[in-house]
Design a protein around this ligand. Structure first.
Ligand code: GMT
Length: 387
């Protein structure tokens, strides 16, 4: 098939999932066209069957903000005509699905639009009254809608009022790529006396509750030696650095900023912390599990569909910093428990979220949706002629 994938290029789960999905589809022989304002950061240097289309952001003196939805719709329209795309797959509803809908309508109802809701496009920004009506309309107009967890499918109904069918297709992982590699990085650079390493990776937005991580770590440190390694960057980083200074933990907490060699870092981490306010799935938790790390976080959104409580990690009510600290401490102190939960996490990643079992679910959705949409268009043109 010829598949158009619309995505955000920067750090963020939806862009990662979209990029890895497209690359996997290309390996399976599909022609994949990525659409974004910049080259997605996880896109490899060159791959057969992969095309990248940079969406222009065209300003004008009159515009206070550039209407990216429109340039995206035009780019999609041009490429549908030029390359004969069979489906347009939008990752993150705002505004990608709306632009894809426009492109489809400009082209007489084909190719079908498949919208994948990833998280805050439904639970946070998408639920804002400024966006909710257009998100609802666009989901209703999509030829198929998917969500990355059952909980997000529920939120799509309850928050947005979308009553159509939502296909739940979980995010996936290549467990052969995401596996602990012992010789990649000197662990003692981060933990000079072989202390357990507690790891967190994110874009440091308020939803990730970085201050809870630091407070919980501070409680752990009152009892045992451990190191906290924070990877990524974003609006909460400087507040977090201040909190670390105020707690006198400068020697124990390392901020590494944005990194690309995540598997190296996941290979030296011992416990993964993810205490978000909202988490429709928690891709980074899955990456950690695939690298045999138990996950400690909050019991929210789709995270309990990924992390099995007391088996592959511990989940606590939002804001329960004492609970987070107690679970992290238990895992720091009990190497056997850590190993057992880490192995259970990797097994779960292989059995439930393996790339080879998830990609065919998207392929089937594409072919089914294309067939149904073509039939609908044929039906429409027959009734037009007979009218
Ligand atoms: O929704 C966001 O905050 C951003 C979004 C993204 O585009 O990076 O992340 C969401 O999508 C990921 C991939 O499906 C999920 O693993 C994350 O759980 C989800 N984030 C939230 O729900 C906060």
């Amino acid at each position: 098939m010829r598949i158009g994938i619309i995505l955000y290029p920067t750090y963020g789960g939806s862009g990662i999932v979209a990029t890895e999905l497209g690359c996997a589809l290309a390996v399976r022989g599909h022609e994949v066209h990525f659409f974004s304002t910049a080259r997605p950061f996880r896109l490899p240097a060159f791959q057969e069957n992969v095309y990248f289309h940079e969406v222009p952001v065209v300003g004008y003196d009159l515009f206070e903000n550039t209407p990216y939805t429109l340039t995206l719709a035009s780019t999609l329209h041009n490429c549908v005509k030029m390359y004969g795309l069979d489906v347009l797959h939008s990752h993150y509803a705002i505004p990608h699905a709306t632009a894809a809908y426009l492109a489809r309508e400009m082209h007489g109802g084909l190719p079908p639009v498949i919208t994948t809701c990833h998280g805050t496009d439904v639970t946070l920004v998408g639920a804002h009254p400024a966006y909710a009506p257009v998100v609802k309309f666009t989901l209703e107009q999509s030829n198929a809608v998917t969500a990355v967890s059952h909980d997000l499918a529920r939120e799509t109904r309850e928050n947005i009022g979308y009553t159509g069918h939502t296909n739940v297709i979980y995010n996936f992982i290549d467990t052969e790529a995401y596996k602990r590699d012992l010789c990649v990085m000197r662990r003692d650079w981060l933990a000079p006396t072989d202390e357990p390493i507690i790891l967190h990776i994110s874009n440091f937005r308020p939803v990730k509750r970085i201050p809870d991580i630091i407070s919980a770590f501070s409680k752990v440190r009152q009892n045992v030696k451990a190191k906290l390694v924070l990877v990524g960057d974003g609006p909460e980083r400087s507040i977090a650095e201040l909190q670390v200074r105020q707690l006198g933990l400068q020697g124990e907490v390392r901020f590494l900023g944005k990194q690309t060699g995540l598997i190296d870092l996941l290979s030296v981490g011992d416990i993964y912390l993810l205490p978000s306010n909202k988490e429709s799935f928690g891709l980074s938790a899955l990456e950690a599990m695939s690298c045999e790390m138990p996950v400690v976080g909050y019991d929210v959104g789709g995270l309990p569909e990924v992390v099995i409580k007391n088996e592959t990690g511990f989940l606590h009510p939002v804001g329960d910093i004492d609970g987070l600290a107690a679970s992290a401490l238990k895992l720091v102190e009990d190497t056997e428990l850590r190993r057992a939960m880490g192995s259970a996490g990797r097994r779960r990643a292989q059995e439930v979220f393996h790339i080879d079992s998830i990609i065919p679910q998207y392929e089937k959705l594409y072919t089914d949706t294309l067939r149904e949409t073509e039939a609908k268009c044929r039906g429409r043109s027959t009734s037009d002629t007979s009218a």
